[in-house]
Ligand binder design. Structure first.
Ligand code: SIN
Length: 330
């Protein structure tokens, strides 16, 4: 268990993203290169931070420097290990992570699924990001960083959460929903967890619980040097004939065999009958199939007699992570 000693430090782990991006011109909000500025330098550019830090020290560590579209499993593992290392220190109150917006929801879910319950039910892990590069005329990163630290130091805050544009989302629910607006995230049906209003957190529902039993995988069980189980995502759409699934079932040199498929079905995870037939063939070949939905909101409800598992409230990208982790822990 985490002890009750006085905590005096906030650790900020940098992983890259637009928040650390730069463009040739300050008026360019899209033609930039992500992951250019180090996390320590980013924090130097936030003048209001000392006020929200309430006397806490700020420590930084650059865990990675990537555009999050290029996120990798080895970075996830290193990130989870560094979060555990820091949260286990009595003097650390919270960990903040700077991250690209594009796969933030995947990293948030991964951390939610693997971080030890005793740590994240006592302290928060707060992911934050920006939609505009650090070099923009009006960057959103500095305010998001201030808000993330505010959330991190709010009494009682815990679990994996994400902060963007003044809204706090649970790691389980957060989803990027807009291509360029600064308020790019939603919590879907679940609704936001809280708002940050002028350095005050207005909590709307309970801080997220750690993932126990259902889908929790210990970090020690995550594969380190081996290839993670290959799980792909396919989608249902008009005219979908399932050929892509059949192609994936064919063994190929130097490509890991397919272990799982998440299907982003239509509506409540419904499938074109040709796709369904191909997915049944995948199951017969030993591939685990999980039915999810391409709808942005709502959960997939179980249907009687389905041969496929269902993703419940996980989006396709999160269901894929759950399936990879599940296959690893078997
Ligand atoms: C990224 O995800 O790293 C680039 C895009 C962004 O952060 O908005």
């Amino acid at each position: 268990m985490v002890s009750d000693q006085i905590s005096k430090k906030v650790v900020v782990l940098g992983t890259g993203g637009t928040i650390a991006g730069t463009a040739q011109s300050a008026s360019d909000n899209i033609g930039y290169t992500a992951a250019q500025v180090g996390v320590a330098q980013l924090l130097d550019g936030v003048p209001g931070l000392p006020a929200v830090l309430q006397g806490h020290d700020l420590c930084t560590e650059q865990v990675a420097q990537v555009d999050s579209k290029d996120m990798r499993f080895d970075i996830w593992l290193a990130l989870a290990q560094r979060v555990v290392h820091h949260l286990a220190q009595a003097e650390v109150s919270a960990v903040v992570i700077t991250h690209g917006t594009d796969t933030l929801e995947e990293t948030a879910y991964f951390l939610h699924a693997v971080l030890p319950q005793d740590l994240i039910s006592a302290k928060p892990v707060v992911l934050t990001c920006a939609m505009r590069p650090a070099s923009a005329l009006n960057p959103d990163g500095p305010q998001n960083l201030m808000d993330a630290v505010t959330v991190a130091l709010t009494p009682g805050s815990h679990g994996v959460v994400a902060v963007c544009a003044g809204t706090v989302h649970g790691g389980l629910d957060v989803q990027k929903a807009h291509t360029y607006k600064v308020d790019a995230f939603t919590s879907g049906d679940a609704g936001p967890l809280a708002y940050v209003e002028e350095a005050q957190v207005r909590l709307l529902r309970k801080w997220p619980l750690a993932q126990v039993n259902k889908g929790h995988v210990a970090i020690k069980d995550i594969l380190k040097d081996e290839v993670w189980p290959r799980v792909e995502i396919v989608m249902n759409y008009a005219g979908c004939d399932g050929q892509v699934v059949l192609a994936m079932l064919q063994p190929r040199d130097s490509v890991a065999p397919l272990r799982g498929l998440v299907v982003a079905g239509t509506g409540n995870g419904t499938l074109h009958h040709d796709l369904e037939r191909a997915l049944r063939q995948a199951v017969q070949s030993g591939v685990k199939v999980v039915r999810s939905t391409r709808c942005a909101n709502g959960r997939v409800l179980p249907v009687a007699d389905s041969e496929f598992a269902h993703s419940e409230d996980l989006s396709p990208v999160k269901a894929r992570i759950a399936l990879m982790l599940g296959l690893m822990s078997r």
